[in-house]
Ligand binder design. Structure first.
Ligand SMILES: NC(=O)c1ccc[n+]([C@@H]2O[C@H](COP(=O)([O-])OP(=O)(O)OC[C@H]3O[C@@H](n4cnc5c(N)ncnc54)[C@H](OP(=O)(O)O)[C@@H]3O)[C@@H](O)[C@H]2O)c1
Length: 400
């Protein structure tokens, strides 16, 4: 195990994997993306690239043994270009949180990993950092600690700012719901919307954006007090709201559903929903249990965008870091950091929990669109849901 891990671990938290020339330009890095892999397959693919083509792939059981020992480190450069001509250079930093350690019991360890990944970004002189992951897993929570200015453990911190990226995520979820309604001829104004994980940063942002345009909203999460607080806020604006900690308790069946709960694995069973309902799974990892997929229900993966100017990884991690059926497709939270870097607006745009409003969503949508960052074509585990140039070839494949 020692030899296997040494090659990928030895450059932890430094820029040693870069060439001398690249190192010299480290201070010019505009953005960093901090992530973790959703599956063992994805983690294995990342390790294979880091070890190099001259090494035979590691067996699955060895990968499971070594991954927890790999410290967070930058794994590649990311280059993006705006349709307006601006360019930004970034780093992808993997926190190497093992896919089976996303439960609450690992929060302290995960926070330590995100802290180490953030230290890598600061050390590399990155200007803006965004990260994929939820508050409840300790990742969003950590970013808020950073943004509230608690930098005691980063003596070298210069001007690095952090954004959760959740505002652009909300924008793409809302746009996805509206697009699916249009594609299926659904009148959104007559719909009943259920949000699972409604009190979270993403869920509450979606509630604020969509409640004014649907007929009724059903809010679900485990903590009743937070549900009451959000319901009161929406009711004050004249929205019809029901709350429940148990999905079976709602008095009506929803025909629109957003799943934005921070679950460690795809384990959500939706229970009673209307036949032909539209369901957006925005979780990372996914929320919906594969056995929950009711025939006739239209599921799509939400919160994803695409950058028209293109996305380049050095070394080449295409299809490994962005495992989607369309090119240049990325999670909204990471795209938010790229959009802000291209805009040269280096500020913690999304911070804290529960502050995402319609106005902020409109603002980040405008910034993103100026740089050619739009809602990605919709897809689910069976493939693309709409015709695009790429979709014919890709419709033969399955995407997880
Ligand atoms: N697609 C993207 O680009 C993207 C970007 C950012 C985040 N995400 C994903 O979106 C999800 C939410 O992120 P977030 O930052 O909003 O997280 P968050 O602020 O931690 O909110 C999580 C929500 O889920 C609820 N929840 C947790 N466990 C639950 C359970 N077992 N059953 C029902 N509800 C539960 C929480 O409330 P209670 O604790 O009261 O249950 C809370 O309402 C995560 O999966 C995250 O990875 C995706």
């Amino acid at each position: 195990m020692g030899d296997s891990v040494a090659r990928v671990a030895s450059t932890s938290c430094s820029a040693e994997f870069l060439s001398r020339d690249q190192r010299k330009r480290c201070c010019e890095i505009d953005f960093a993306l901090i992530g973790h892999q959703e599956s063992w397959r994805a983690a294995a693919d990342v390790l294979a690239v880091l070890r190099g083509p001259e090494h035979t792939p590691l067996p699955d059981d060895e990968i499971k043994d070594i991954l927890p020992w790999i410290p967070p480190r930058p794994v590649c450069h990311v280059h993006v270009e705006s349709i307006g001509g601006a360019k930004a250079r970034g780093l992808y930093i993997d926190s190497f949180i093992p896919p089976d350690r996303l439960e609450a019991s690992y929060t302290l360890d995960n926070v330590a990993r995100v802290r180490a990944a953030a230290a890598c970004a600061i050390k590399a002189g990155v200007k803006i950092v965004s990260m994929v992951g939820s508050w409840s897993l300790g990742l969003g929570g950590f970013s808020s600690i950073l943004m509230e200015g608690n930098f005691d453990y980063f003596r070298e911190k210069q001007d690095t700012v952090f954004t959760t990226g959740n505002t652009l995520t909300v924008a793409f979820i809302v746009q996805g719901i509206q697009k699916m309604c249009a594609l299926t001829g659904r009148n959104i104004r007559r719909s009943t919307l259920l949000i699972v994980g409604a009190t979270g940063d993403v869920g509450s942002g979606c509630a604020r954006c969509l409640a004014p345009i649907v007929r009724r909203v059903l809010l679900s999460a485990r903590n009743l007090e937070r549900l009451h607080r959000l319901a009161a806020e929406l009711k004050a604006d004249g929205v019809q709201v029901e709350i429940a900690t148990d999905l079976e308790q709602f008095s009506v069946e929803p025909d629109l559903v957003i799943c934005a709960a921070s679950l460690a694995s795809p384990s959500l069973l939706l229970g009673r929903i209307a036949p032909g309902a539209i369901v957006c799974d925005a979780g990372y990892p996914k929320n919906l249990s594969p056995s929950a997929q009711t025939p006739g229900v239209k599921i799509f993966f939400g919160g994803l965008g695409q950058i028209a100017g293109g996305l380049r990884f050095t070394p080449d991690f295409h299809g490994i870091l962005n495992r989607h059926p369309f090119p240049d497709m990325v999670h909204g939270c990471l795209l938010e950091g790229m959009a802000l870097a291209l805009e040269r607006r280096l500020e913690p745009f999304s911070q804290g929990r529960g502050f995402i409003t319609q106005e902020r969503v409109a603002e980040i949508e405008t910034i993103a669109a100026r740089h050619g960052i739009y809602l990605a074509p919709l897809y689910n585990a069976d493939g693309p849901l709409e015709e695009t140039d790429e979709s014919y070839r890709l419709s033969q494949l399955r995407f997880a």
